[in-house]
Design a protein around this ligand. Structure first.
Ligand SMILES: Nc1ncnc2c1ncn2[C@@H]1O[C@H](COP(=O)(O)OP(=O)(O)OP(=O)(O)O)[C@@H](O)[C@H]1O
Ligand SMILES: O=P(O)(O)OC[C@H]1O[C@](O)(CO)[C@@H](O)[C@@H]1O
Ligand SMILES: [Mg+2]
Length: 527
């Protein structure tokens, strides 16, 4: 086999081109081989026909594996499919802001470790390319035509990210041609664009929501890329959750297929903190802080009456992070229910028992329930209801109202006890607010990292902090698994220890969760 391989050290972006010999055959057998090159070990995927054992395709993966078990999960670069793309000195060299910075540019050797708790003899493990400005850029500033789009649900801080992309492009790289795509993915082909300048976005970080509006559904890859091409856009910044990032990966793939010099950068956004690999998502801290107001209110109401039971429903479709962290922060919560942890109502060790016990001890109690918790119970009362939103996400049944009613019925009808129920549903209030100070700083770093990455010619990447260091992460790594609360991790144990609530689990449940959790957590960090 005659492979032409670029040295990873020969340019600032060491990711390697896929070598396509024949991609028509569909019955392929992937075989992995290793190749030593420049004292590094690359993985080569050989795709061989099952019928005649002929080599169909050989592909050098974006993983670089060293002898000491160092793995670099690299992101694509425009030169992977446009090897002759010219590069230019980074204008930051002359920037006042970076004039006295010791090391203005991130070295192509810098990487961020996914796991930082290691044992002496274990392999060095998975790393991601460190985010930041590179010595060379692959765009001339006056030739950049960038666009920004926001998709999916709201989240505190979206406007800060928009603002900082615009200001970062303009102040750091002298780019003044930036378009806002309105109304999410479908806005590419159904709405007019808006011109974004530092002046236009100056104040938007003080507002909640998204200055560009958002939507679900409507991702049509071809129509979107046609539109990007027609408008002469060459940098696409896509802010959104897991669904949005999947859409971004498709856009990047289509751009690559058409051989276009367009950088596609994803900025992960999710109030649920359900995106894998990154430490946590922006706006999450703000949402947890806002949730305290609802929990406080529930607590004040519940403790001011006889047998007061306060229930607060918080967001979290499949991941109970908001509920878990809001509970840990508050100290007023007696019980936290999340989608990852099954619970039951009746019998010994059940929720009803626990409520009665806390009412006897304290005269009141507060429950925080994540919206995705106990869906299977609510579904039993509402058979046949299975609605989806425009993006295909299952619409959740209302666990808050269901739980409120069940508790009321149990105490009035079965226990003949009078309880005072106070149900608070602040669902949208915690995500419709502007981001707090620390999220604003986080958003600024995300935006600037995305800008540096796109200017440096990286594409098909998501940016985010991994163990507090910002990194460029292949999009597939953040979409292939959902970040969920691991019941077997210490954080959930900390919560149980803090509330002293029942775990509602027996050992076989824990084992099952361990297996599922282990699969899910292969790519996710726990906070
Ligand atoms: N698998 C997919 N492929 C292409 N596009 C997708 C995919 N999943 C979702 N999208 C598109 O991404 C956009 C946002 O998706 P979605 O509504 O699921 O929100 P999200 O990005 O996951 O954010 P969040 O869940 O935090 O609200 C929608 O326009 C949707 O059409
Ligand atoms: O904005 P919508 O479409 O009502 O969706 C609400 C959902 O979005 C999320 O906030 C995720 O963005 C979930 O927590 C919630 O279930
Ligand atoms: Mg989502």
């Amino acid at each position: 086999m005659d492979l032409l391989i670029h040295s990873p050290l020969s340019r600032s972006s060491p990711s390697l081109s896929p070598f396509l010999f024949n991609s028509k055959n569909t019955t392929l057998n992937p075989v992995f081989h290793s190749l030593n090159f420049d004292s590094r070990n690359f993985q080569i995927k050989l795709l061989v026909s099952r019928q005649n054992h002929q080599l169909i395709r050989a592909q050098v993966s974006d993983q670089i594996v060293n002898d000491d078990g160092f793995v670099l999960e690299d992101v694509p670069h425009l030169t992977n499919f446009l090897p002759d793309l010219p590069s230019y000195p980074n204008p930051l060299q002359k920037s006042q802001a970076y004039a006295i910075v010791k090391k203005t540019f991130v070295s192509s050797e810098d990487s961020v470790a996914q796991n930082i708790v290691v044992q002496k003899d274990t392999p060095r493990g998975v790393h991601f390319r460190r985010a930041g400005p590179r010595e060379k850029v692959y765009f001339k500033s006056d030739e950049v035509r960038a666009c920004i789009v926001t998709c999916g649900g709201l989240c505190p801080g979206i406007n800060t990210v928009i603002r900082e992309i615009v200001c970062g492009l303009n102040y750091m790289y002298g780019v003044d041609n930036i378009l806002g795509i309105e109304g999410g993915y479908k806005g590419f082909y159904s709405r007019n664009t808006t011109t974004l300048t530092p002046k236009v976005v100056n104040d938007i970080h003080k507002r909640g929501g998204t200055f560009l509006c958002t939507s679900r559904g409507g991702h049509d890859t071809n129509k979107i890329v046609d539109n990007i091409q027609d408008r002469g856009i060459n940098q696409v910044y896509i802010i959104g959750g897991d669904g949005t990032q999947r859409g971004a990966a498709l856009i990047y793939k289509e751009v690559e297929k058409r051989g276009l010099p367009i950088a596609v950068a994803g900025i992960p956004k999710t109030i649920d903190n359900d995106i894998a690999v990154i430490d946590k998502s922006f706006g999450f801290d703000t949402a947890v802080e806002e949730a305290q107001r609802a929990i406080n209110a529930a607590h004040v109401e519940a403790e001011s009456v006889e047998n007061g039971v306060g229930i607060v429903k918080l967001m979290g479709r499949y991941s109970g992070f908001i509920a878990m962290f809001a509970t840990l922060a508050s100290r007023d919560v007696d019980c936290c229910l999340i989608p990852e942890s099954p619970f039951y109502l009746e019998g010994r060790g059940g929720l009803f028992d626990f409520i009665e016990q806390r009412l006897k001890e304290n005269g009141h109690m507060v429950i925080v329930v994540a919206e995705g918790a106990g869906q299977e119970y609510v579904a039993q009362n509402m058979p046949g209801v299975d609605e989806k939103d425009a993006s295909g996400n299952r619409l959740l049944l209302d666990i808050g109202l269901w739980l409120t009613q069940k508790i009321k019925d149990h105490f009035s009808k079965v226990r003949k006890m009078t309880i005072n129920m106070k149900y608070i549903d602040p669902t949208y209030m915690i995500r419709a607010i502007p981001s707090n100070a620390s999220d604003n700083i986080y958003c600024t770093l995300l935006a600037q990292s995305a800008v540096h990455g796109a200017m440096a010619g990286y594409t098909g990447f998501t940016v985010g902090p991994v163990n507090s260091r910002h990194a460029y992460i292949p999009i597939a790594r953040v979409t292939e698994a959902t970040n969920t609360v691991k019941l077997t991790d210490r954080m959930w144990a900390r919560l149980l220890a803090s509330t002293n609530q029942p775990s509602f689990l027996n050992s076989s449940d824990v084992l099952q969760n361990d297996i599922t959790g282990a699969i899910n957590s292969m790519n996710s960090n726990s906070i």
